[in-house]
Design a protein around this ligand. Structure first.
Ligand code: PLP
Length: 387
């Protein structure tokens, strides 16, 4: 058993060796500015264009539709602000109640700026209320922004149905695909692909480097930039490119595409299911949040009734096991996650919610180890909390 069991892959993943190897030359000898006209600069520029093709290929987009950014958060902010800026007469924004903070907090800021914001609810398993979504979209709606896979529970929204609805209503749609990219097949092609105008991804969630992401902007979709400066990225993202990271992202996309085609992800699903079944079998106070919905292959969110997630995570960490919780510590009190709250999960289960997120680097031995040690650790914790 390795010293550390890393089950926190929705936070970030281990970069592939091939990704790091491809990046290194661009941190050392290939340092030219890709905007420079000399041969040295142009060879670096060419490598960015190769990466753009690799990213486009993962999404079945065209390279011109890919804008490199500094990560998921920037892609999301560019998509939402960028679209709202070009439609100043429309003052209504629709999202969901379970979004990542990069959408959630932007929605709060928009509301303060005078936008009307609707946050569509979910059911007990985290599935979007499609009737409510249909009711909320109106004449004044500038944009709908929803996530594809939930970062806390792994629950997948029915993006085909959502995109069809947005298309019928003539409202542009942005998808936060940060937790979905590289973990399930995607097709945004104009012919038979998902009719979405904007889609955000981040490389570090699928074994690429941190601090780099991409925004898919469908051909003929107009958005305004967040940053003004140089003419990089079709004038939608000014600033000298993070070349090494972009190259690394391209390689990560290539590998994700191969892994998806080769069914490697089914192995991750098997491990996740084995972990879930093992823990549920041994602990009567454990519940899977979102277990009844379609989920991304690598994630399980388990509530341990009557326990505090922070205490569980510390104990796990002492035993070399990395996991996460969705809870945020606000003003001294431990608030349960807004996602579980929106799902109507009882506080006693939400407070003890731990997210285990796996990757292809995990093994059956690691899963069995966690299943073997966790019940004992939690028994100790229960005894301590009743002492
Ligand atoms: N959206 C979702 C669903 C995420 O899980 C994350 C990261 O955790 C982000 C957006 C933000 O991505 P980044 O941290 O790369 O900016």
């Amino acid at each position: 058993m390795a010293e550390r069991v890393y089950f926190d892959n929705n936070a970030t993943t281990r970069p592939l060796d091939e990704v790091v190897a491809a990046m290194l030359p661009f941190l050392r000898e290939e340092y030219a500015n890709p905007s420079s006209v000399h041969q040295f600069g142009q060879s670096v520029h060419h490598r960015i264009e190769v990466a753009r093709e690799q990213v486009a290929s993962l999404l079945n987009a065209t390279p011109r539709e890919i804008i490199f950014t500094s990560g998921g958060t920037e892609s999301i902010n560019l998509a939402i602000r960028g679209m709202l800026t070009t439609r100043p007469e429309k003052r209504h924004f629709v999202t969901s109640a379970v979004e990542h903070s990069s959408v959630k907090r932007l929605a709060d800021a928009l509301e303060e700026e005078g936008y009307r914001v609707d946050r569509v609810g979910v059911d007990r398993d985290g599935r979007l209320d499609h009737d409510e979504l249909a009711d909320r979209i109106g004449e004044d709606t500038a944009l709908v922004s929803l996530m594809w896979a939930n970062n806390e529970t792994g629950v997948l929204f029915d993006v085909e149905r959502i995109a069809e609805l947005a298309q019928q209503r003539g409202v542009p749609l942005h998808l936060d695909a940060v937790q979905a990219a590289g973990k399930l097949p995607m097709d945004v092609s104009a012919v038979r692909g998902l009719p979405v105008q904007l889609l955000s991804i981040a490389a570090h969630k699928f074994h690429g480097p941190k601090g780099v992401g991409a925004l898919f902007v469908r051909r003929r979709t107009r958005i305004a930039p967040l940053l003004y400066g140089g003419r990089q990225e079709r004038e939608l993202r000014a600033g000298t490119e993070n070349v090494a990271a972009i190259v690394g992202m391209g390689v990560a996309c290539e590998h994700a595409r191969t892994a998806l085609a080769g069914g490697e992800y089914q192995q991750v699903r098997r491990l996740r299911d084995r972990l879930e079944a093992g823990l549920l079998e041994r602990m009567s106070n454990a519940h899977v949040h979102g277990g009844g919905a379609e989920r991304i292959i690598n994630t399980t969110n388990i509530g341990f009734e009557g326990l505090e997630a922070e205490a569980i995570l510390l104990l796990l960490s002492e035993n070399g096991i990395c996991a996460s919780s969705g809870s945020a510590c606000s003003s001294g009190s431990l608030e349960p996650s807004h996602v579980l709250k929106a799902m109507g999960i009882e506080p006693s289960s939400a407070h003890g919610a731990v997210r285990f997120s796996l990757s292809r680097f995990n093994t059956e031995a690691e899963v069995d180890h966690v299943v073997a040690v966790l019940p004992g650790l939690l028994e100790r914790l229960t005894a301590l909390s009743h002492a």
